[in-house]
Design a protein around this ligand. Structure first.
Ligand code: NAP
Ligand code: HSE
Length: 431
């Protein structure tokens, strides 16, 4: 055990920061024993100095400026838990790395947008390193599993349920029939949701995590702009019921995989069998499925959000820094990461679920069937749901077709006089 303490500065004392500080003070001896080195929180910064954080901070140096704390000579390790892709989070992380310090962050937005540049800065600056276990799937050690545990594999696919707030909303809506807004408010109260919850329900938060995992899995420069993103805002109660009647549940799935056209990255609500590994994931739980040529398929599940679980991942990175474990940020040297593939997202073939709202009068179904036929799509199942007024929701499951065919069919159907709302489609993913 090294007696020279690792002096830690924590920026951000919200859900994650306060929990991290609580463990580092309350469980210091246990964590330091694992680290093999004394750990001392030396300095903190947040916006409001008067706020009660549930931890005695009398002995800690308070900073008003995160960049000043990141650059301070008394801070050996900078822990960034404020959030935000740009602004002070980015500037302070850059300051710490440029000063040759290790950085631990939970900030997936920062990594997704600037991960390649930050990794290059970390790897060319002696003493600097970048650690971000908490940025992917909260308490699940997904980064370590992929980067270290599967280092010998040619990874073929990474997928999963990567946003606790959305999974909580989808399972609560299905289980209780509660309205979307009420369930989202509860997720915010429980500390699952981002400061701006549109990052959750719009799919962006999960897409950040998918882009990070895809960079590690496929040794590519991180490519957030290359993720095809669709959130859960268009998922309606009737979709959840229709899916359930067919043995499926709706989950916001992230999938990055290597195909003939390159590496695709898609984040979208999908129908998946209720009894499949991902279909069984309920509530705020996240799941990460990693598939490699040597190992086959592995799945990790656990809490993807909240103070304690996310602090667990932050603490693991702090222990790594104290031990001197500093693997390349994305698993291979930043300079060796390959460029992203263009166009791979379009090569998407499988069965789709389609919901269309139609005027309830003779001949409407025939018009929809004709539009599907003209788009080259064969119908596997079709059902008209109960309805009280003039518009009838019709749900359709197709045989395998191309994404481009579904998009063309939706355009044709939307243009029909009998169609009263934009058609909604979701991919059916059987595994
Ligand atoms: P949060 O509860 O909103 O806390 C943010 C903290 O940062 C607050 O203490 C705030 O200060 C401080 N802060 C914000 N802007 C600042 C500024 N300009 N200068 C100084 N301090 C500033 O956020 P969180 O949920 O803990 O999330 C923190 C990070 O962890 C984010 O990157 C998030 O994406 C990531 N993350 C969160 C979770 C989760 O479950 N919450 C899970 C995984 C990753 P005040 O308290 O004084 O306002
Ligand atoms: N808002 C995120 C979620 C926090 O709900 O999963 C964890 O990244």
């Amino acid at each position: 055990m090294t007696d020279t303490p690792l002096r830690i500065g924590i920026a951000g004392l919200g859900t994650v920061g306060a929990a991290t500080l609580g463990y580092l003070t309350g469980e210091n001896a246990r964590i330091a024993a694992r680290a093999g080195r004394a750990l001392r929180v030396d300095a903190v910064v947040a916006r409001d100095r008067t706020k009660d954080r549930g931890v005695d901070m009398a002995s800690l140096r308070w900073f008003d400026d995160p960049i000043a704390m990141a650059s301070d000579e008394g801070v050996d390790l900078y822990v960034e838990l404020m959030g935000g892709a740009d602004g002070v989070a980015k500037a302070s992380v850059e300051a710490a790395l440029a000063a040759g310090k290790p950085v631990v962050t939970a900030n997936k937005a920062l990594l997704a947008h600037h991960g390649a540049a930050l990794a290059e800065l970390a790897e060319r600056t002696p003493g600097a390193s970048l650690h971000y276990e908490a940025a992917v799937a909260g308490g699940i050690p997904a980064v370590k599993a992929l980067r270290e545990g599967l280092a010998g594999n040619g990874v073929t696919r990474v997928s999963g349920i990567l946003n606790g707030t959305c999974n909580y909303i989808l399972t609560e809506m299905a289980g209780t029939g509660a309205a979307f807004g009420d369930v989202l408010a509860e997720a915010q109260r429980l500390g699952y949701a981002e400061a701006d919850p549109t990052a959750d329900v719009g799919g962006f938060d999960a897409a950040h995590k998918l882009a990070i995992m895809a960079a590690i899995a496929f040794g590519r420069r991180i490519d957030f702009d290359g993720v095809r993103i669709e959130g859960i805002e268009s998922v309606a109660a009737e979709d959840i019921v229709a899916a359930r009647d067919m043995g499926y549940v709706i989950r916001l799935l992230g999938v990055a995989e290597r195909g003939a056209a390159g590496v695709s990255q898609r984040l979208r609500p999908c129908l998946t069998p209720a009894e499949s590994p991902l279909g069984k994931i309920a509530g705020v739980t996240n799941a990460v499925m990693l598939e490699g040529d040597a190992v086959g398929a592995t799945i990790l599940t656990g809490p993807g959000a909240g103070g304690g679980p996310t602090a667990s991942a932050v603490l693991a990175d702090i222990v790594d820094v104290a031990r001197g474990n500093t693997p390349p940020t994305f698993g291979v040297a930043a300079a060796a990461l390959t460029p992203a593939d263009d166009g791979a997202n379009d090569a998407d073939r499988g069965a789709f679920y389609l919901r269309v709202m139609l005027e309830d009068r003779p001949g409407t179904l025939a018009e929809v069937a004709a539009a599907l036929g003209r788009s080259g799509i064969s119908i596997h199942r079709m059902r008209q749901h109960d309805h009280a007024d003039g518009a009838a929701p019709v749900t359709i499951v197709t045989h395998a077709c191309d994404l481009a065919e579904i998009e063309a069919a939706k355009e044709r159907i939307a243009a029909l006089d009998v169609c009263t709302a934009s058609p909604v489609s979701m991919r059916i993913v059987e595994s």
